[in-house]
Design a protein around this ligand. Structure first.
Ligand SMILES: [Zn+2]
Length: 365
């Protein structure tokens, strides 16, 4: 079955909205015509020349990868390195390239969710939730219309908090207005002061749903001019942010847990002095997560699993936490299956292939 690239992008962005990527990132459709259709995609962690060749050989018209092939601006395209050769080959063979990187790191059902599942952690929650991603929408509505209006806004995604949806608050009051000669009021007469019994209806709106919620609100609201206000609020978004933390069902012997990490992820586990005999609370971050060490300590994690720690950063464990550093590739390799599984669920009659090539640039003796 052929699917349009824009439908694949839309499905991926429903899961990992682009607005949740970090400022340095470049998650998006990097190359390809939104309106063209294809019958198979290839999922990988990185896009290398080898991966593009694999897509060509497999007849895949699109590569969906975790790490973006293009990060900064490109001033020339001469094939001077592997990334450029990969891009040239993708263009020549008309293979679209899509990346979902830190936006997939930052959503609660993304990269870190899968790592937590593999570690056997329960009650996983975001370790460092982000602020500034939530807004309060206040709208004034005639009493008779509040339910219809709320339903429309809820449908568009307003009023969702963690495991709860359809959240709202309303207070009673009176609204006044007078329409001009050119107005077309649904309540009262033009040119006459009108008083209407209204509700002040308040809902929480996530940043990525704001335009959809406003569209739904304006469509259903009975007034010609909708009176509404949007406020930025300082609350953390508990489902968006870096890393995760959770507890094991039962405390596990520290040595055994380190072995489990090695068995689960492969590669090499580098770790600091075990300061406790058992591990119960675990924090983790896919990719380079050393910046979260102090947050993991504050969350009282016994162990922090991540990648790319530098020598001096290991000292910062300081007998308060156990740092377990695994390879960046190994830490995120499960992301390939996670993305493929998501796409297969969204498009059941569409071929989603997992790459058979390892793009890990690091070898171990
Ligand atoms: Zn990464």
């Amino acid at each position: 079955m052929d699917i349009k690239i824009k439908d694949i992008s839309a499905a991926l962005e429903e899961w990992a909205p682009l607005v949740y990527q970090e400022s340095y990132d470049n998650s998006r459709l990097l190359f390809g015509d939104q309106n063209s259709s294809l019958s198979r995609v290839l999922v990988s962690l990185d896009v290398t020349e080898e991966i593009v060749e694999e897509a060509v050989a497999q007849g895949a018209g699109m590569i969906v990868s975790h790490h973006p092939l293009i990060f900064g601006g490109i001033k020339s395209l001469t094939g001077k390195n592997d990334a450029q050769r990969a891009l040239i080959k993708a263009i020549q063979n008309n293979i679209a390239i899509y990346a979902l990187h830190t936006n997939l790191d930052n959503v609660a059902s993304g990269v870190n969710w899968e790592i937590g599942r593999r570690l056997g952690v329960q009650n996983a929650k975001i370790l460092a939730p982000k602020k500034g991603l939530l807004k309060k929408l206040v709208v004034f509505v005639p009493k008779a219309d509040w339910k219809k209006l709320s339903e429309a806004m809820w449908q568009a995604g307003a009023g969702s908090i963690g495991e709860y949806d359809k959240c709202s608050f309303r207070t009673e009051g009176s609204g006044t207005f007078r329409g001009s000669e050119n107005s077309n009021p649904t309540k009262g007469e033009r040119g006459t002061l009108h008083e209407e019994e209204e509700y002040r209806l308040e809902v929480l709106v996530e940043q990525h749903r704001e335009s959809a919620v406003l569209r739904a609100m304006k469509e259903v609201h009975p007034y010609e001019e909708v009176a509404y206000e949007i406020y930025a609020i300082e609350n953390e978004h508990q489902d968006i942010g870096s890393g995760m933390v959770g507890d094991l069902a039962e405390a596990v012997d520290t040595q055994k847990f380190l072995e489990k990490i090695k068995d689960t992820f492969g590669g090499v586990v580098r770790f600091t002095k075990p300061h406790k005999g058992q591990i119960k609370r675990v924090a983790w971050c896919g990719g380079s997560g050393s910046f979260l060490l102090s947050t993991a300590k504050s969350a009282q994690a016994d162990l922090f699993l991540s990648s790319d720690f530098k020598y001096h950063q290991f000292f910062e464990a300081d007998n308060e936490i156990l740092i377990a550093d695994i390879g960046h590739f190994e830490n995120e390799a499960f992301t390939i299956g996670l993305i493929a599984e998501y796409l297969r669920k969204k498009f059941p009659n569409f071929a989603v292939l997992l790459t058979e090539n390892s793009t890990n640039p690091i070898n171990y003796l």
